[in-house]
Design a protein around this ligand. Structure first.
Ligand code: ZN
Ligand code: ZN
Length: 283
């Protein structure tokens, strides 16, 4: 099936997000311009071109496409790739891939496995890194902020002619400063404790966050399994600093049409940012 596709404006430029998400069935979020996948919960033909895959936790709906990704990259000679996983599950994921490679009768997949911890970082290209944070789920789970580092001219030099700036640069003078911008935060599976422990996610330009439950009767269920209920999210709306809010991971207890109606009625009118979602019914 086709993934949902969002094109959203950020300081970096128009960022494409392609993906789909449904609790228990699969969450798969691709940033094709960056060759980056945030969770690989389902096999999908759009997944193998991603050279970096980040897994948030060991639940099947976030991990189920990893062996397919590694296998397809191997079969299609797509070159080495990197799989970033929380350290507590790194050895098991390595075994999983080794088992699949043996079952296929081939050599080990050329995947570089990188274990990461809460507070750790991983740089996947010169100007971008991921910063990991623990979420509020019932197994070890890491979300990630995507930080872009850009250099721009020192404001004090803005009025100088280009030749003068070039002359100063050649003379060894510092003419630029580095700015860091949190382009995106992916909060994986998480209850509301995440928003108390890591309020920095609220400042990312694009905030991808789960909202699994919507009905009053499901409040206790959400708390028990470390998931977000709409009622958990609403008190935080005034503190959102994002330009785009992208919701994920609706429970199968809800039809998508019902979720969209509830969002239009209860969330959208209170937001200063734009509201999107990557919720799908996987076929
Ligand atoms: Zn999940
Ligand atoms: Zn989970």
């Amino acid at each position: 099936m086709n993934l949902r596709r969002l094109q959203i404006e950020t300081t970096w430029g128009a960022l494409t997000l392609a993906g789909g998400s449904r609790a228990g069935e699969g969450t798969l979020i691709l940033l094709p311009q960056l060759h980056l996948a945030l969770d690989a919960g389902r096999p999908h033909r759009a997944l193998p071109p991603m050279s970096t895959v980040v897994i948030s936790h060991g639940h099947m709906d976030h991990l189920g496409g990893v062996a397919y990704w590694a296998s397809q990259r191997f079969l299609q000679s797509m070159g080495p790739a990197t799989l970033v996983v929380p350290r507590p599950i790194a050895a098991e994921v390595e075994n999983l891939l080794a088992t699949h490679a043996r079952l296929e009768g081939g050599r080990p997949y050329p995947i570089d496995l990188v274990p990461v911890d809460d507070g750790g970082t991983y740089s996947f290209r010169r100007d971008m890194e991921l910063i990991f944070f623990s979420t509020d789920h019932w197994v070890p789970t890491l979300g990630a902020r995507l930080r872009w580092r850009r250099h721009h001219l020192l404001p004090a030099l803005a009025d100088l002619p280009g030749e003068e700036i070039a002359r100063r640069r050649l003379a060894g003078e510092t003419v630029t400063e580095e700015l860091t911008i949190d382009l995106l935060a992916y909060c994986a599976d998480s209850g509301p404790g995440l928003l108390r422990d890591h309020p920095e996610v609220l400042g990312a330009e694009v905030l991808l966050i789960e909202c699994s439950f919507y009905r009053p009767a499901d409040r206790e269920r959400a708390a028990r399994f470390g998931h977000m209920h709409l009622e958990d999210l609403l008190p935080w709306v005034d503190r959102l600093g994002c330009r785009h809010l992208v919701l994920l991971h609706p429970s199968r207890r809800h039809r998508l049409r019902e979720v969209e109606e509830i969002l239009d009625e209860r969330l959208r009118p209170h937001l200063d940012c734009s509201l999107h979602h990557l919720m799908v019914d996987w076929e």
